[in-house]
Design a protein around this ligand. Sequence first.
Ligand code: 5GP
Length: 178
Amino acid sequence: MSAGTLRLLFSAQQIQKRIHEMGAQIDKDYPDGALHLVCILKGACFFLADLARAIERDVVIDFMGISSYGRGTTTSGAVKLTKDLDLAVENVHVLLVEDIVDTGLTLNYLMNTLQQRKPRSIRVAALLDKPERRQRPVKVSYVGFEIPDEFVVGYGLDFAERYRNLQDVCVLEGPQVA
Ligand code: 5GP
């Protein structure tokens, strides 16, 4: 695979600062009691780890797997559940933790699926949001950063499974061959 070049968008320091603000806001917004964090694999795993530690109340952590872009950079529109939750969410406050909201297809599917399990409430926290690309209306209660329509990698986000371990979020530019 030959990759393009990386342009810094958000540094590790900017990301941590913003996540601490988000954690404080989440603590303020929810009533006392545990918050059920549902991490959408794989891209949101670093965000989950940092957000969970920026929240001071008790949290429960669970994971859900969703198929997304595969090896390319454009969405297929097809959403498939590859791993279900381990825990029930009935009557609990659920916060879905997503890396990036793009077309909204993934979140739309997840919200519909989880609503059927009767949580007390369900909201979304996303590190990044590309509002220009939306095809389905989804309410994202906590957004780290809004970004333009560019393909980003790092801090959990991949291109063909690469770049997830970058500490910064970068725009991947130039020709890519997956
Ligand atoms: P949506 O269903 O909203 O179109 O896409 C959500 C998923 O697509 C994200 O969880 C992520 O896996 C992937 N995605 C969307 N935009 C980007 C991007 O700029 N970079 C990377 N690496 N993945 C993206």
